[in-house]
Design a protein around this ligand. Structure first.
Ligand SMILES: [Cu+2]
Length: 140
């Protein structure tokens, strides 16, 4: 995990210049896309919490190590309530609502506008109850 994160940081440095940021890490600089890596295994997100600054594009790479599909849907309570009762089986059109097919990797870029906390949840049947929930903290 540490090694993968290091490689991601290196890639971001090559693309974005001088910005270095990692899950749970410190921010340096004020422009460019920040990488966050999330692994999905045994129907859980790893990490289940991370912090990003508001107003910066965050490239979230979701690696699904499970042999079943998962989702990564981030938003407020109303968003999650809508998905709990929804029937949309596949997500590909919004950066905040992503389907990660079995044993695949998807990257989505999200800019979180306002400081606060949002949950990310997999709304496939039974997954939230099993613990497929995480929190992104957005700081000023
Ligand atoms: Cu899931």
């Amino acid at each position: 995990m540490k090694r993968r994160l290091g490689l991601s940081l290196l890639a971001a440095g090559l693309v974005g210049g001088t910005v270095w940021f990692g899950v749970g890490g410190a921010l340096a600089g004020s422009s460019g896309t920040l990488p966050v890596d999330i692994t999905i295994h045994y129907s859980h997100y790893q990490p289940a919490a991370f912090t990003v600054p508001a107003g910066r594009p965050i490239a979230i790479t979701l690696r699904n190590a499970d042999p079943i599909d998962h989702e990564w849907i981030v938003g407020d309570a109303a968003t999650h309530q809508r998905h709990r009762t929804g029937t949309e089986p596949y997500h590909a059109s919004r950066p905040t609502e992503v389907t990660i097919p079995a044993l695949s990797t998807v990257t989505t870029v999200v800019t979180f506008g306002a400081p606060g906390a949002l949950q990310y949840i997999c709304h496939l049947p039974g997954h939230e109850a099993y613990g497929m929930v995480g929190t992104v903290t957005i700081r000023p």
